[in-house]
Ligand binder design. Structure first.
Ligand SMILES: Cc1cc2nc3c(=O)[nH]c(=O)nc-3n(C[C@H](O)[C@H](O)[C@H](O)COP(=O)(O)OP(=O)(O)OC[C@H]3O[C@@H](n4cnc5c(N)ncnc54)[C@H](O)[C@@H]3O)c2cc1C
Ligand SMILES: NC(=O)c1ccc[n+]([C@@H]2O[C@H](COP(=O)([O-])OP(=O)(O)OC[C@H]3O[C@@H](n4cnc5c(N)ncnc54)[C@H](OP(=O)(O)O)[C@@H]3O)[C@@H](O)[C@H]2O)c1
Length: 275
């Protein structure tokens, strides 16, 4: 096993829908990361099956080990939390999540403690512009929740817009958490209106949520209108995370609006694809 791989214990689990859940694991003392980064989590299929068999009282349970399966996971929790939180999809025939979905409190997972990824605010050169736009689909919300639990994010920008798109209302997870961040961090920076949350639900009508896909909302000006601020090459940073089709289409829409990709610290748009 690589030196970076440690065993962590599941401490809590929240089920949002049959295909979406969150969980926390113990945080190794030496593990450090920057808000927005991801790690590799590992399961051992036969080991999990073994635990389930033992729990079910199956005396024929076989603890023989198969190959570990690792996948990239963005960290939801803040770099200052005592535990590490993740937000996961369930792909019924996916090699990783078909196993991960059976996790219970007390189960063990493998964590590669080397953090990866450049979807962090540190990638932008100073001086920072005024506004930060965070655009997510599905579990792509995860890195933005971590950034929003870091006071520096709130101090560095005048406005923060979080637009988060899910298929249905029940898949729009973490809404209460986002509202409590608005309140708590808004109070810390003396500006309760700093975080502008724009929920988007695309496959059913929901009061208070927009219903079109992000690129259309951008090109029609609806998102700017809803946020009450303009996207501007000089005053805006934009981060995209989640579905690669959304990332591609939204990137093109933003370019049409005059924004440019961030390279070597300069430019507006930074992205992360989940598959
Ligand atoms: C940088 C990075 C960070 C990631 N962070 C997260 C995260 O925080 N939470 C998370 O659930 N996944 C995340 N993923 C995806 C994750 O690594 C796995 O793909 C996912 O756990 C499914 O694994 P699997 O083996 O079950 O299916 P896979 O064989 O990996 O995927 C099968 C198919 O499922 C779909 N799919 C995969 N992941 C997702 C997803 N998150 N949402 C919707 N559809 C998906 C795609 O169509 C994909 O082709 C991340 C991926 C990358 C590259
Ligand atoms: N969600 C589930 O219940 C579920 C269950 C089992 C498996 N899966 C698998 O997981 C994958 C993703 O599921 P998901 O619901 O988490 O993510 P998703 O399909 O990426 O949907 C999340 C949000 O992203 C939007 N979106 C998709 N493509 C876009 C684009 N090109 N531009 C802008 N917005 C876009 C969706 O809008 P639209 O509604 O308009 O597409 C939706 O609002 C699916 O391919 C499916 O195979 C999902």
């Amino acid at each position: 096993m690589s030196d970076n791989i440690q065993t962590v214990t599941v401490l809590s689990k929240t089920t949002w829908t049959p295909n979406l859940f969150s969980f926390t694991v113990s945080r190794p003392d030496s593990f450090k990361f920057t808000a927005g980064q991801f790690v590799r989590l590992g399961v051992n299929p036969s080991q999990l099956k073994y635990y389930q068999q033992i729990e079910a009282g199956d005396e024929t349970a076989d603890s023989a080990l198969n190959e570990d399966v690792f996948r990239a996971y963005s960290i939801v929790s803040s770099p200052f939390d005592e535990v590490i939180e993740f937000f996961s999809i369930v792909i019924p025939d996916g090699a990783f999540t078909s196993q991960l979905q059976h996790l219970q409190v007390g189960d063990e997972l493998l964590l590669n403690t080397m953090p990866f990824g450049f979807l962090t605010l540190a990638r932008y050169q100073k001086p920072l512009p005024k506004d930060l736009w965070l655009l997510a689909t599905g579990t792509g919300l995860a890195p933005f929740l971590s950034m929003l639990q870091d006071l520096k994010t709130w101090e560095d920008y005048e406005h923060i817009v979080l637009a988060y798109s899910a298929r249905s209302l029940d898949e729009l997870a973490y809404v209460e958490k986002i509202e409590s961040l608005q309140e708590d961090f808004g109070a810390l920076v003396d500006n309760p209106a700093k975080l502008i949350f724009i929920p988007i639900v695309t496959r059913e009508p929901v009061e208070g949520a927009l219903s079109e896909r992000l690129p259309k909302l951008l090109l029609e000006g609806t998102l700017e209108k809803q946020a009450g601020i303009a996207l501007d090459i000089d005053t805006t940073h934009v981060m995209l995370c989640g579905n690669p089709d959304m990332v591609e289409d939204t990137k093109e829409a933003l370019k049409t609006l005059g924004l440019v990709m961030n390279r070597r610290g300069e430019g507006n748009i930074a992205v992360e694809n989940y598959w």
